[in-house]
Design a protein around this ligand. Structure first.
Ligand code: CP
Length: 325
């Protein structure tokens, strides 16, 4: 059976990640059509519950839902009764009472999507919880890497920057290594998590030593909004040590992929030139986000309980789902 929720990359494992990437291929084909719309989720209702700001994740989920013909509840926390003190639980129960098949949630506190999954019956998709997880970002990053390299087996990826506060780093490490890649995290000690026990990656503080060895360099945004104190002496010094500067760009391998989850701080973790370099996959990551989120919504909501084990027929195969796409 397909999973009911998408809360963490750790819940998926290699088989389900690969199944989502295969589904994404089908939905990328749909997205390339003159009219990119299919009836796969007609009659399903999806609500957005974003307690933190978002551009890419929210808009791409909305676009994905529309392309699948789902109905959506455009709930905006900033203009809702949350401002009158309504609790998270009561907000979820209220949305659930109106009839909802899935809630896509982003919250500054780790674990909130798990709590909501206990309170209501709908599928819950984690669109980012604190420093903890951002599973659809990791899936779109895997898809972007496989477009470039085919298999990730044996590939080496450096994730550079504010690892401590990064849900993207935590999800990406789990997803990349599940697909066979080796990951090195690179940051000053102050931007590393207090403990690296259980982290399935190598650790470095020397970006210039790591860069020549990687197939992809993944820059992270300096998350100043999550930092209670200055964790680097100055942004200029941070850039000198850990930014993808014009000088480092000159020495980067011709086939090395440059990635960033966005939003970018141009001139801090990535130079203007590096962001716009032909090796940069940043806009490709955004475009892939729509197809990946179509695949996730379809996997969770589109199979009506039919067997969707990774070996089961895919939506554009002959079989139970014939005609959906
Ligand atoms: N990568 C990402 O999550 O971007 P947003 O914060 O704009 O959604």
């Amino acid at each position: 059976m397909s999973p009911k929720h998408l809360l963490s990359i750790d819940d998926l494992g290699r088989d389900w990640i690969e199944e989502i990437l295969r589904l994404t291929d089908s939905f990328a084909e749909v997205s390339a059509r003159p009219i990119p719309k299919v009836p796969a989720l007609r009659g399903k209702n999806i609500a957005w519950l974003f307690y933190e700001d978002s551009t890419r994740t929210r808009l791409s989920f909305e676009t994905a839902a529309k392309r699948l013909s789902a109905d959506t509840m455009n709930f905006s926390v900033s203009s809702s009764s949350v401002n009158k003190g309504e609790s998270l639980r009561d907000t979820c129960l209220t949305i659930s009472a109106m009839g909802v098949d899935a809630i896509v949630v982003r919250h500054k506190s780790a674990g909130v999507p798990w709590q909501i999954a206990k309170w209501i019956d709908a599928s819950i998709i984690n669109a980012g919880d604190g420093w903890h997880q951002h599973p659809t970002q990791a899936l779109l990053d895997c898809y972007t890497l496989t477009q470039k390299f085919g298999s990730l087996d044996g590939r080496h990826i450096a994730i550079v920057g504010d690892i401590k506060h990064s849900r993207v780093a935590r999800s990406d490490i789990a997803a990349f290594t599940a697909l066979g890649a080796e990951v090195t995290i690179v940051a000053p000690q102050t931007l590393m998590p207090p403990s690296l026990e259980g982290w399935n990656c190598k650790v470095s503080h020397d970006l210039d030593a790591v860069l020549p060895t990687v197939d992809a360099v993944y820059l992270l945004r300096m998350q100043l909004e999550r930092q209670q104190e200055a964790l680097v002496p100055s942004l200029r010094e941070y850039t000198a040590g850990y930014g993808l500067t014009d000088e480092r760009l000159e020495h980067l391998g011709a086939n090395t992929l440059i990635m960033h989850p966005g939003p970018m701080n141009r001139g801090v973790e990535i130079s203007q030139k590096a962001a716009d370099d032909p090796r940069s996959a940043v806009t490709q990551q955004v475009a892939n986000g729509v197809s990946v989120r179509m695949a996730v919504l379809f996997l969770l909501l589109g199979n009506n309980g039919s067997d969707s084990h990774p070996n089961a027929p895919r939506p554009n195969d002959q079989g139970p789902n014939e005609g959906i796409l």
